[in-house]
Design a protein around this ligand. Structure first.
Ligand SMILES: O=P(O)(O)OC[C@H]1O[C@H](OP(=O)(O)OP(=O)(O)O)[C@H](O)[C@@H]1O
Ligand SMILES: Nc1nc2[nH]cnc2c(=O)[nH]1
Length: 168
């Protein structure tokens, strides 16, 4: 769907935009594991203001076989967020549930502000409201892998974004 060159060029552009927007400030990048890790590392290299980084992992609350959409933190951040310019870095926003609930949880830690940067956005699938500040690419409703995104924990290491064709 997207070549390595297209992704790299877009990440460079996002880094430039973020560096302008945070000029004179620090930015605290938060990676949502595992998928966000490749994008965050590449993005961090393209940001010219001082950067700090932290990592968390979430899982969804299930109720029977149906998920409520809400998430819980299963690996928390190492550092407090109070007074920081927080930029959450994600590989993809799909239903929006992960970020909708995560932002709600993290705001309680009194950051100066929280913004969201995602490499990919599938707006057609949105069910929860999320304000996205930086988007790499808006993509159609197809299942994608690569650049951190997995299929059954595989293909995260592909340096491009591929669309998976499932057999009928
Ligand atoms: O907008 P949503 O519908 O909530 O989906 C987006 C979330 O799904 C993916 O994570 P996943 O749960 O696959 O975990 P992973 O990053 O460890 O693969 C992705 O990295 C986002 O965190
Ligand atoms: N790997 C992968 N994970 C997702 N999570 C939400 N949408 C997707 C997708 O298209 N691919």
């Amino acid at each position: 769907m997207l070549t390595e060159g297209e992704v790299d060029t877009r990440i460079r552009e996002l880094g430039e935009q973020i560096s302008k927007d945070y000029a004179g400030e620090n930015v605290h990048l938060i990676c949502v594991l595992k998928g966000g890790v490749f994008f965050m590392c590449e993005l961090a290299k393209r940001i010219s203001v001082p950067v700090s980084m932290d990592f968390l992992s979430v899982s969804s609350y299930g109720s029977g076989t149906v998920s409520s959409g809400a998430v819980k933190i299963i690996k928390d951040l190492d550092e407090p967020l109070e007074g920081k310019n927080v930029l959450i870095v994600e590989d993809i926003i799909d239903s929006g549930n992960t970020l909708h609930y995560l932002v709600e949880i993290l705001y309680k830690r009194q950051p100066k502000n929280i913004r969201i940067c995602t490499l990919l956005d599938k707006p057609e699938r949105r069910v929860a409201d999320v304000h996205v500040d930086y988007t790499g690419f808006v993509i159609p409703d197809e299942f994608v892998v690569g650049y951190g995104l997995d299929y059954d924990q595989k293909y995260r290491n592909l340096p491009f974004i591929g669309s998976v064709v499932f057999d009928e």
